[in-house]
Design a protein. Structure first.
Length: 365
């Protein structure tokens, strides 16, 4: 796609012109698009899947976990992730855990309680999930964190191989499409849970971990749910807009003047983001729209319906899959079940044709 209107001008500044195809009413609504973008909830509320709750099944690890080192080993958009260990186990790699502590930017106890209640609910959901490509949940701890306003820490296994981006940087010959197929299987599992499924809402390569056996494990599908409560994190998106579906950026026509409109997170928005994740993995870690430095330029590209540029030498069948994931009509996108089957087929048969891909997507449902 031609994205010249979003590139740097001769003076080094970004020039972002509004296309004629955008009606006056939609141009008028662009400031509200940016305001909404900064406050989009990243996942469905966990109360919509009550059958998954098991109050007795939440493992309380308070008093059993301690953090290691002077600083966190990773910094996500929402949490600081520390290396930790079980106090009552030998200091070996197998005893190490990842301790996820949400950053707190408020002293308001009412908001902190609301946030902590959400985290506990999220932990209860996570504790019931069982899939080989979903990062296991070990428990929750109330005595590590940030003092009186700190969040309960979420404890999961520590994987020394890191996230998928880091793993592929360190292992350039790794089978990318096998790893993507495993991540797709996990997301399909979340979407398939009854009665309403779980929407990830923050799908990207950094939220796919690689376990000690070299398999992909989906992570952080719950942490971003706390964005439904303001005040706990900064309003910086951390670049999340690069994975955002069109309908999350541009409101429907009947909501253009409604600043309070919050676009719903759906299976279809996850599929769009997973397509961007495939592109990210194919590009060896480069983010979608990597040629656009500033996030506002990305938002304008999405508004203009400009998709990322096709990488050189990308097989037609892979580009076809991405285009299907990025269909501007959500109902025309394939299901994650179909995306999983397509990736598994391509992993087994690299000369898969576009016609064969289309048949897989159509028949998978």
């Amino acid at each position: 796609m031609n994205m010249s209107t979003l590139q740097r001008s001769s003076d080094g500044k970004h020039k972002m012109s509004i296309p004629r195809s955008i009606r006056a009413a939609r141009v008028k609504s662009i400031p509200s698009i940016f305001r909404r973008f900064l406050n989009v909830p990243i996942s469905v509320s966990s109360h919509k899947i009550p059958h998954l709750f098991n109050p007795a099944g939440l493992s309380n690890l308070t008093g059993r976990i301690e953090t290691m080192g002077a600083v966190a080993f990773a910094f996500g958009g929402l949490a600081d992730i520390w290396k930790g260990r079980f106090k009552d186990q030998p200091d070996t790699l197998g005893s190490m855990v990842a301790v996820k502590i949400i950053r707190t930017y408020t002293q308001d106890k009412r908001y902190v309680k609301d946030r902590n209640d959400r985290l506990v609910r999220e932990a209860k959901v996570w504790s019931r999930l069982a899939h080989p490509n979903v990062t296991p949940f070990l428990g929750i701890s109330f005595d590590v964190g940030q003092g009186q306003v700190g969040a309960p820490a979420l404890i999961c296994p520590y994987y020394s191989k890191g996230n998928l981006t880091k793993y592929l940087e360190d292992n350039t010959e790794a089978n990318r499409f096998r790893l993507l197929a495993e991540a797709a299987s996990a997301l399909n599992y979340l979407h398939s849970l009854q009665p309403n499924g779980i929407i990830h809402g923050d799908m990207k390569a950094s939220n796919i971990l690689v376990n000690d056996d070299g398999h992909a494990c989906l992570a952080d599908f719950g942490l971003s749910r706390i964005l439904e409560v303001r005040g706990f994190t900064t309003k910086s998106s951390g670049g999340t807009c690069r994975w955002m579906a069109y309908e999350l950026v541009v409101p429907p026509e009947d909501e253009e003047d409604n600043d309070d409109y919050v676009p719903p997170l759906t299976r279809e928005t996850d599929v769009w983001a997973f397509g961007m994740t495939i592109l990210q993995v194919v590009l060896t870690g480069s983010v979608p729209y990597h040629n656009l430095i500033m996030d506002p330029a990305v938002i304008f590209a999405i508004i203009r319906r400009n998709l990322p540029e096709r990488p050189p030498n990308l097989p037609n069948v892979v580009w076809r899959l991405l285009e299907r994931c990025w269909d501007f009509s959500p109902t025309n996108r394939p299901s994650m079940r179909a995306v999983q089957f397509a990736l598994e087929a391509y992993d087994k048969k690299r000369d898969l044709t576009v016609d064969e891909l289309d048949a897989i997507l159509q028949n998978a449902g």
